[in-house]
Design a protein around this ligand. Structure first.
Ligand code: ZN
Length: 266
């Protein structure tokens, strides 16, 4: 593992993660992403000076808006997006090194962080984030496959994507109130991302591991919320964060998880 690669990737993740604040703030409100980058959500006054610099922006956000005096609803959200993206992309860099695959999984990480934040806050998995993530990641996986000569991996990614989409579609149709269609689409993205990982058909098993981890985490956190916060059985807990966590765990440790359960079976 090259420490420089990990460090650079983590810093890149920190900066790009902070910029995710723009889609996280605006996509659920159906606002343009082309407006002034940093601005007050109340009076739309564009921020000036240091407030436009990623990470530093938090310093300006904890103070009331100089134009209208409104206090930012989520002053620390860019920092959280930034740190989570930096940690995940740094870990992916340790996993993949300076390879074309790192670019594809970096895109995946940013997409998953944004989708998780939006789903926690608004209970939606926005297609305006999901489709660009799927499109760009797939393109980069094609490039990585060509450079690595791993064309079979594209087939495995497609099979895992369709399989995960189909599984979640069945769950959605069986109980439409339980699993939203956004989660079905997200499962497809996670299937493609994890299915590409080798060697050989191993990606299919890694995709299964991602979904299994998602359901285990969902059950654990769901139970904890019932006990601690008195959530009822019918309360809707967003599932995208668990799918995202399952995907990250599977990308990082999927091979180890598959070895573990194959070892138990054999
Ligand atoms: Zn303002």
């Amino acid at each position: 593992m090259d420490a420089w690669v990990v460090g650079l990737a983590a810093v890149g993740g920190l900066v790009l993660g902070g910029l995710l604040e723009i889609p996280v703030e605006r996509v659920p409100e159906h606002e343009s992403l082309r407006l002034a980058w940093w601005r007050c959500p109340t009076c739309a006054a564009p921020a000036g000076g240091l407030a436009r610099v990623p990470l530093v922006t938090v310093v300006s956000r904890v103070r009331p808006c100089p134009s209208c005096g409104a206090v930012e609803a989520h002053p620390f959200r860019p920092l959280v997006l930034s740190v989570v993206s930096g940690v995940v992309i740094g870990a992916f860099a340790a996993r993949f090194g300076a390879t074309p695959a790192l670019a594809a999984y970096g895109v995946l990480a940013l997409g998953l962080v944004a989708i998780t934040a939006i789903d926690i806050e608004h209970r939606i998995v926005p297609i305006r984030v999901l489709y660009p993530t799927l499109g760009l990641m797939s393109l980069l996986l094609v490039v990585a496959s060509i450079l690595d000569g791993r064309f079979g991996a594209l087939g495995h990614a497609a099979v895992a994507g369709v399989g995960a989409f189909g599984l979640f579609l069945a769950i959605h149709l069986a109980q439409p109130g339980g699993m939203g269609f956004g989660d079905v689409r997200l499962a497809g993205l996670v299937g493609v991302a994890t299915g590409w990982l080798g060697p050989g058909w191993r990606g299919i098993e890694i995709a299964a591991a991602a979904i299994m981890v998602a359901f285990v985490l969902g059950a654990l956190v769901g139970t904890a919320l019932m006990v601690v916060k008195g959530y009822g059985r019918k309360s809707k807990v967003p599932f995208a964060p668990f799918l995202a966590a399952g995907a990250v765990v599977a990308v990082l440790w999927g091979n180890a998880i598959v070895h573990l359960w194959l070892g138990r079976l054999g």
